[in-house]
Design a protein around this ligand. Sequence first.
Ligand code: 13P
Length: 253
Amino acid sequence: MERRPLLAGNWKMHTTIAEAEALARAIAQTAIPADRDVMLAPPFTALAAVGRVLAGSPVLLGAQNVCWEEKGAFTGEISPAMLQDVGCRQVIIGHSERRHIFGETDGMINKRVAGAARFGLVPVLCIGETLEERESGQTFQVLERQLRNGLLDIKLASGKELVVAYEPVWAIGTGKTATVEQAQETHHFVRNLLIDMYEKNIATQMRILYGGSVNPDNVDALMSQDDVDGALVGGAALKADSFCSIINFKKSA
Ligand code: 13P
């Protein structure tokens, strides 16, 4: 099954509005191959401005988190209706920084996924093990727990309604990328889990992104793996040159 690659930039807590506009403009002006999708997830403060820059371009606007309620007394949260209003199409949920720095649980993440889906936003559900978990042989157990709990009672009519991002915590911001073999082995495991949870045609249509120190030098090899359908990029997405090189990856033979 051919899956359309998705290259997504997670800008995390970076950029002023002016910096975000300049970065988005540089990316939107680059020639993006027609066979792939590109998504930018700036901080909430820059969503409206980046949305205006991206108007008329194929680049998708995404957010970095979302609440499950439409509105109400939820100080500090942003609702799926608000993200829809500002033009977001996708939203990152369950990023390891949310889980490990801010204590988000699988239950909370599941509610966020449900909220996003209810408003037609495509959740980009992040899962990933810590170094300790990998070294003690618990990687698959951890990923299975995060995936099954994060997707509890989430019904999908098509594989396009959800994206999964595998981001090993030890590879985020460390310059330490998973080897292509580790990435493929883990993505294949995630694919099989998805086949167990959803109909096969839905699971094989769903994109599984790799994240963790992706850069212009390693993206070709990663994207050449059968079950790696895209990249969720942090540091290398903050410079137009490096993100544009990543967008223009070429599969190696
Ligand atoms: P880096 O690309 O900086 O390692 O960050 C990865 C990430 O967390 C993307 O969501």
